[in-house]
Design a protein around this ligand. Sequence first.
Ligand SMILES: Cc1cc2nc3c(=O)[nH]c(=O)nc-3n(C[C@H](O)[C@H](O)[C@H](O)COP(=O)(O)O)c2cc1C
Length: 360
Amino acid sequence: MASLSDLAWQRALRPLLFRLDPELAHRMVLAFLAGVPVVAAPADDASLSRQIWGVRFTNPLGLAAGLDKDAAAVAAWQRCGFGFAEVGTITPRPQPGNPRPRLWRVPQSRALINQLGFPSRGMETAARRLARLRQRGLTLRLGVNLGPNRQTPPDQMAEDIAALAQRLSPMADFIVINLSSPNTPGLREWQAPGLLQTLVARAFPDRAGPATGRQGGKPLLIKLAPDLDSDQLGAICAAAAHLRVDGIVATNTTVARESLGVPSPHPGGLSGAPLKARAREVIAQIYRNTNGQIPIIGVGGVASAQDAYGHIRAGASLVELYTGLIYEGPGLPRTIKRGLLELMRRDGYRSIADAVGRSA
Ligand SMILES: Cc1cc2nc3c(=O)[nH]c(=O)nc-3n(C[C@H](O)[C@H](O)[C@H](O)COP(=O)(O)O)c2cc1C
């Protein structure tokens, strides 16, 4: 059943905001949410909690990267009931991103298309904000998503990632290297095993040594595209295991358009409902390729408890969403958590962890 806040969003706020240019609406909402103070979220049911990389998440649901690129409204994500938020993509130095327009809605398909190209205030702003939030008692688990500046030549990519990790790791529970935005030329090539190996070895030299595990650093994840074929995915999973990557975020937006259902002239990355099936396939393939040994954050098209549960059963230990929040509103995390408890009860699972990978 829809809650009052879901109804207020769907009947009143969303129609108003959808009359505005998407990026303007986004900025207005974010500016409003930036004023939310740090308040403890109501306790989650213990059966939703997860312990991954030694980090305790009170529930498996997180905000996906891209919505809060500069960590402007993190307290609001805690208040919405998310178990964690991934902020970013953050670049070392500030940059404006691509020219506008660069964000489009496709309401009939419950989708978004974006070609933002990492607009970022840079790592110093994000680091200051995150440090302040921690001082104010923020308990939300935080992932920090890292990407290179657009002007950075390929042979300097590792230096950008190393600088970001050094500056932002202290405030993060895990870090994610974004290798999969379609809007930064050349970025997706870093998913290839050879380049991935070079990147990790140069940006995180302590990982290249003997297999003694993480040496004081934060869990390191890589974020992959949904547009890789099975052979590519297999090779990347093998490289990730070899490099002792701690987790995989699957998936970013897609450049494919077949699933959209309507013609669209807009370039860039497609997200939302049309991405769900492909994201789930990729999650299941990664789970099988890695024998369930590398935790997966499943993301793509989640807008209901069934969607989140499906990604978990396909192999995701944690689940994130972005586009679903735009269409369903800020009550969505609570609705999903309630629904997950019902689905677990139906299937006889006492912990959400028991559902992971059951349909992979
Ligand atoms: C407008 C927009 C901006 C995004 N920016 C980023 C980004 O900066 N970094 C990133 O890793 N993913 C970014 N994403 C991808 C999302 O994190 C997510 O992987 C993708 O949208 C699929 O999830 P969804 O269907 O729930 O939106 C962005 C997505 C959207 C819609």
